[in-house]
Design a protein around this ligand. Structure first.
Ligand code: GRF
Length: 227
C-alpha cells in the first residue's frame, strides 16, 4: 500500500552529494516520499549545511571514541533515529559501521549506497581498488544493509566503464554521477512498494516489481546497463 507520507532519514558523514541528489529528485518527482531529517556523526559535515538551507531538520550524534565504543554509539544513534520515526533509513556516505542491534531496531528499512558493483570491492577505497584490479566495468550498488559491511540484498546497480587514462578521481566522478541517479531511483521504488525482500533459508534477495522494467524513469532495470 502506498502511504500519503513516507519519511526518509538520511545518515551522512561528509559532503552529502547523494543526499542533495535524493532531495532534489524526490522534489522534482513530487513524491510522497521526503527526506524528513538528516543525521550525522560529524558536526562539520557539509551535507548538514545543505539540509539546513533546504529547511530539513538535522541532528548530530557525535562519535567520541574515548567515551563511546561502537555498540554504545549505535545505541545512541538508534534512539535518535527512532525518534524521527523513519519509514526508511538511507546511509549515504555514513562512515560508521552500524551494528546488528541498530539494524534490529529498523528491520528491512536500512539501505546503503556503495561505489562498486558489489560483491566486488567491499569496504573503503572501492574506486581505487577497482582501478588497481584492472576491471573494465565499475559502478555502484544500492543494497539493504546486513550486519556484514557492504553486504545485504542488492536492490539496484549501475555500471560505468573504466576508461584508458582514468585515475581515482576521474573514475570516482563517473561512479558518483551514476550514484546520483541510482540512489533516488531506488529509494523512490522502495517508497512506492515496488521492492520486496525474498528470504530463502539463510539467504535473501530482492524482487523488483515488474512495472520497473518498463518504467524509463525508474532505471532500475538497467542492471548491467548504463544510466
Ligand atoms: C559515495 O561515494 C557513497 O557511495 C559512499 O560514500 C560516498 C558519499 O559521497 N558510501 P557523498 O557524501 O554523498 O557526496
Amino acid at each position: 500500500m502506498v502511504k500519503d507520507r513516507y519519511d526518509i532519514v538520511v545518515l551522512i558523514s561528509g559532503r552529502g552529494s547523494n543526499l542533495r541528489a535524493l532531495v532534489k529528485h524526490l522534489q522534482a518527482a513530487n513524491s510522497a516520499a521526503t527526506v524528513s531529517a538528516v543525521v550525522s556523526d560529524r558536526a562539520d559535515a557539509a551535507g548538514l549545511r545543505f539540509a539546513e538551507e533546504e529547511g530539513i531538520p538535522t541532528c548530530v550524534v557525535p562519535r567520541n571514541s574515548k567515551t563511546l565504543n561502537n555498540q554504545e554509539f549505535n545505541s545512541v544513534l538508534a534512539d535518535a533515529v527512532n525518534r524521527l520515526k523513519p519509514d526508511l533509513v538511507v546511509l549515504a556516505g555514513f562512515m560508521r559501521i552500524v551494528t546488528k542491534e541498530f539494524l534490529q531496531r529498523f528491520p528491512n528499512k536500512v539501505v546503503n549506497i556503495h561505489p562498486s558493483l558489489l560483491p566486488a570491492f567491499r569496504g573503503l577505497h572501492a574506486q581505487r581498488r577497482a582501478l588497481e584490479s584492472g576491471v573494465r566495468l565499475a559502478g555502484c550498488t544500492v543494497h539493504y544493509v546486513a550486519e556484514e559491511v557492504d553486504a545485504g540484498p542488492i536492490i539496484a546497480q549501475a555500471a560505468v566503464p573504466v576508461l584508458p587514462g582514468d585515475d581515482e578521481d576521474s573514475l570516482g566522478e563517473r561512479i558518483l554521477a551514476a550514484e546520483h541517479k541510482l540512489l533516488p531511483a531506488a529509494v523512490l521504488a522502495i517508497s512506492e512498494g515496488l521492492v520486496t525482500i525474498e528470504h530463502s533459508g539463510k539467504s535473501a534477495k530482492v524482487r523488483l516489481d515488474a512495472s520497473l522494467s518498463t518504467d524509463p524513469d525508474a532505471k532500475l532495470a538497467s542492471i548491467g546497463g548504463t544510466l
